[in-house]
Design a protein around this ligand. Structure first.
Ligand code: XMP
Length: 513
């Protein structure tokens, strides 16, 4: 990125490539992931200060093993190979790699056997985390061993010039407790990066770039109240002020959400906000529709229509700003069937820019989520927005199983509000990925006072996750579950039973529809 020193990470299909990139950024150095077969001219023109070769699922001696251009070692910048990256380095430079007798997986004790800047400031004995089936048998000419473990003689190696390094363990995972320090030694000491990647400078840079690109044109942005679109709105507004108009389509949102978005953006930030109350329209279009995919399609189609109608009323618009983040745009080449190397589908763009003949403005497209949140904080957004849980585009419609009606929406909204409120009171709301209520399409028999009831069931879903791709259900303390359940039954008319969802993803999805 213009104005920032950077480290390139060549992705060989590791599930940890993004983690390496985030760790480098924790060292205040900008990092970017490239496909392993990237043209080296791109790295040159991007002015990278160092290269990391990631791990990967393949074996270097398999015929389909991905290998990068050997000239990477002549780029004139330091190179660090991690796990598969080490093995690829050894193979490319003439050493030998072979299958280990035993696959080494998990914790290992590393012994640093000779001084090396990679281990500056670290102890001679370090806990590290291994995950490999192959190992380095003989080193390329001019290389020497720097560290070993009981099973791996060449656990860290370097060349005599001190420009090429390789480690068999994973410094990026939390199970290598001092791994970030090692990565810091690489990017700061060895590559010479000064550490200028800070969110203050990012903001200054992005503001300037946005102004240059937009000129006198108008920009429209679909504000959902979620972290990404909110931070994008605050950033673009800082850059171009009144030339930005945000459109907030109030669809099937949670209780109080529309009003809060207006308060923050219209009143506090003084951003031009077009508020479109569309709940009735969506309920009408969804009447009687029970199939989940059909519901999603209707909502997607109607949203685009409502948004376009609102956008047409704004004059001089040439850009559509979106809160796309880095994980949405990382290019990767599928390798060895590893799911992490598949390109993630982007379900929020929805073809809007093409339909509206607008140019895209994506000021956050180089940031990871934690960086987006930091930018939001620095721009003065309240913590409740910066830390907001993800919320699906189709809103509460996918949490009302079966057809949506004004009554079912009102019921779910109240029940969901209790979940949010109690999770916040218990101090758990911001530490879980999502916590919400789902209205089931069944009725059950109950008893209230002396009377028999026959009413609705609410399911409670609380999950932890890193990226929404996999998730585990949260072991919420019984007292909190108890309070949520009794408050929903006492306060929400039409509910006589609350159940708790104990399903991880996979096999379940996070949402029920
Ligand atoms: P699933 O249900 O597929 O959800 O496990 C994974 C994550 O994505 C969110 N989700 C959506 N987000 N538009 C979005 O922006 C959508 O259509 C959508 N559907 C699901 C879901 O809340 C979870 O965090």
């Amino acid at each position: 990125m213009k104005g920032f020193e950077s480290i390139a990470i060549l992705d060989f299909g590791s599930q940890y490539s993004q983690l390496i990139a985030r760790r480098i950024r924790q060292c205040n150095v900008y990092s970017r992931i490239y496909p392993y077969n990237i043209d080296l001219e791109v790295l040159k023109s991007d002015g990278v200060m160092g290269v990391i070769l990631s791990g990967g699922p393949c074996s270097v001696y398999s015929p389909s093993a991905p290998l990068c251009d050997k000239k990477i070692f002549d780029l004139g910048v330091p190179v660090l190979g991690i796990c598969y990256g080490l093995q690829a380095t050894v193979k490319l430079l003439g050493g030998e790699v072979a299958r280990s007798v035993a696959r080494e997986y998990g914790h290992a004790e590393l012994e640093v056997t000779s001084d090396n800047p990679l281990f500056d400031g670290l102890d001679k004995n370090l806990k590290v985390w291994m995950s490999h089936g192959d190992k380095v048998l003989s080193l390329p000419e001019g290389f020497c061993t720097v560290a070993c473990t009981a099973n791996t003689e060449n656990a860290a190696v370097t060349n005599k010039e001190g420009t090429i390094f390789g480690i068999q363990f994973h410094p990026e995972v939390v199970h290598t407790p001092r791994g970030v320090e090692l990565l810091r030694n690489f990017c700061r000491t060895i590559c010479g990066c000064k550490g200028n990647w800070r969110m203050e400078s990012f903001i200054e840079n992005a503001v300037e770039e946005t102004r240059d690109r937009v000129g006198d044109a108008g920009v429209v942005l679909g504000l959902s109240g979620g972290v990404d679109s909110s931070v994008a709105a605050a950033l673009v507004h800082k850059a171009i002020g009144d030339k930005l108009t945000c459109i907030f389509v109030d669809t099937l949102m949670r209780k109080g959400e529309g009003a809060r978005v207006r308060e923050v953006f219209e009143r506090n930030f003084r951003i031009n906000l077009k508020y479109v109350s569309a709940e009735g329209h969506f309920i009408e279009k969804l009447a009687g529709v029970a199939d989940p995919e059909t519901k999603r399609k209707i909502i997607g189609r109607e949203f685009v229509g409502v948004f376009q109608d609102a956008a047409k009323q704004i004059e001089g618009v040439s850009f559509l700003a979106q809160g796309t983040t880095y994980p949405d745009v990382i290019e990767s080449v599928p390798i060895g069937g590893n799911p992490s190397s598949l390109i993630k589908s982007h379900h929020n763009v929805g073809g809007l820019p093409e339909k509206m003949h607008l140019k895209l403005l994506e000021p956050l497209s180089r940031l990871f989520k934690d960086e987006v949140r930091e930018v939001g904080r620095q721009l003065g957004l309240p913590e409740e927005i910066v830390m907001r849980q993800p919320f699906p585009g189709p809103g509460l419609a996918v949490r009302i199983l079966g057809p949506v009606s004004p009554e079912s929406l009102a019921l779910l909204r109240e029940a969901d509000w209790v979940v949010v409120d109690e999770m916040k009171k218990a101090g758990l709301y911001y530490s879980v990925w999502q916590s919400f209520a789902v209205l089931l399409p069944v009725k059950t028999v109950g008893v209230m006072g002396d009377e028999r009831t026959y009413e609705n069931v609410i399911a409670l879903r609380v999950v932890e996750s890193v990226d929404g791709m996999t998730a585990d259900w949260v072991r919420v303390p019984y007292e909190v579950l108890g309070r949520i359940s009794s408050r929903i039954i006492n306060e929400v008319d039409g509910v006589n039973r609350v159940v708790f969802d104990l399903t991880s993803k996979p096999p379940g999805t996070i949402e029920w529809e």
